[in-house]
Design a protein around this ligand. Structure first.
Ligand SMILES: *Cc1c(COP(=O)(O)O)cnc(C)c1O
Length: 383
């Protein structure tokens, strides 16, 4: 079904930060499968984990113990200060788990119609509940009736959250992306999130962060919240966790860790031996090869390169984001840049109409980062 308007290219194989089409043409991947391929394409460690596990065991279901799932949960908790994990197959499902967890948490506290505060410009997925949580009418249009139980607030406006807290006793949780990805790379101020954390404690709300896109090393820490001086109660992730195998996770700590009991949520595939073997390798490789530091350094390099190359043109309006999650807002709508970049062997993305979005693999080196920055700078100068 034509749910995507696709670009006129398909790829045959990949190697590191590059993709190749059937004609052998090479493309520098500045998007990494939408923040998925942190370790790039055809990573030998990932390929080995995948094939070795495929030779042993793919799937048994969650009716039985799954040792690799337990090992991955332990590893993720060790890295993030969380205590328990539920594994899904995608980001939307990880958020569905968080939304269900919040509702159950509310009902446990005798709130009949538990509500979750979500933000304008948010993106949480395409299932009915997650598109209802999403703050973009285009994504919701035609799918009414939406799922109820979401209260919308403008981003970075702590007064708005205070107002909701004062007036709405049904609220049981707050959910947001630390940096809005699909919404155009908009960061939430760390001071705002800290204040939200305090409000959540004050009102017994769960603070839930959607790190589906920001997570797994992309912004320079495993999760983006980890250098902000607080810990959420629930965090969801997916995308970069599997480097291309479908896996998502909903992690929880403290009072949120013991909300679900047997039979209250589930997934046939979720956390099967194959995806967990790969995700364990992904976590160990990202953390073991200095890729968090690399994301910070290469992100700064790309940003500075593009800023200085375009400075005198006045065409670059602002740069947003962190690490290797970057948005370059230009002074007019620029959707045509995606096709232009493709012609030049560069894969980029434009969100919000006027913002060039870059999400390159975390393994990108200095030469490749300069190649990407130079290509993007040229495209911006040509506007
Ligand atoms: C991509 C994304 C999702 C949805 O993930 P899927 O795997 O496509 O279901 C949810 N939240 C955020 C922040 C995302 O970037």
């Amino acid at each position: 079904m034509p749910t995507y308007s696709r670009l006129p290219v398909s790829f045959d194989y990949g190697e590191g930060v590059y993709l190749f089409d059937k004609e052998g043409r090479r493309y520098l991947d500045g998007i990494a499968g939408i923040a998925v391929n942190g370790l790039g394409h055809a990573h030998p460690g990932v390929a080995a984990a995948l094939t070795e596990q495929a030779d042993k065991l793919l799937h048994t279901s969650n009716l039985y113990g799954v040792e690799l799932q337990e090992a991955l949960a332990e590893r993720l908790c060790e890295v993030t200060d969380m205590e328990r994990c539920f594994f899904s197959n995608s980001g939307a499902e990880a958020n569905e788990a968080a939304i269900k967890l919040a509702r159950l948490f509310g009902h446990d506290r005798a709130v009949e119609k538990p509500a979750i505060v979500v933000l304008e410009g948010a993106f949480h997925g395409r299932t009915l509940a997650t598109l209802s949580a999403t703050g973009n009418r285009k994504i919701q249009a035609g799918f009414e009736p939406l799922v109820s139980g979401f209260v919308r607030a403008p981003r970075n406006d702590i007064e708005a959250i205070r107002q909701i807290a004062a007036n709405n006793p049904d609220v049981v949780a707050f959910m947001a992306e630390p940096i809005q990805g699909e919404g155009g790379i908009y960061e939430l101020d760390p001071e705002y999130l800290l204040a939200v954390r305090e409000l959540c404690d004050e009102h017994d709300w769960l603070m839930m962060l959607d790190e589906v896109q920001t997570g797994n090393g992309r912004t320079g820490t495993w999760f983006a919240y980890q250098d902000m001086g607080f810990t959420p109660d629930v965090v969801t992730t997916a995308k970069g966790l599997g480097n291309g195998v479908p896996i998502g996770a909903c992690l929880a700590r403290g009072k949120a860790a013991s909300v679900f009991g047997p039979g209250q949520h589930g997934s046939t595939y979720g956390g099967n031996p194959l995806v967990c073997a790969v995700a364990l390798t992904v976590v160990d490789t990202i953390l073991g090869s200095g890729l968090l530091d690399n994301a910070v350094r290469m992100g700064a390099l790309i940003r500075e390169h593009i800023e200085s190359a375009t400075a005198s043109s006045g065409k670059l309006r602002s740069v947003r984001g962190k690490g290797l999650m970057l948005g370059f807002e230009v002074n007019r709508e620029c959707p045509e840049l995606v096709a232009k970049a493709l012609e030049q062997g560069l894969l980029i993305n434009v969100t919000n109409g006027n913002t060039v979005r870059l999400l390159p693999p975390l393994i990108i080196n200095e030469t490749e980062a300069n190649e990407l920055a130079e290509g993007v700078a040229k495209l911006i100068l040509g506007l």
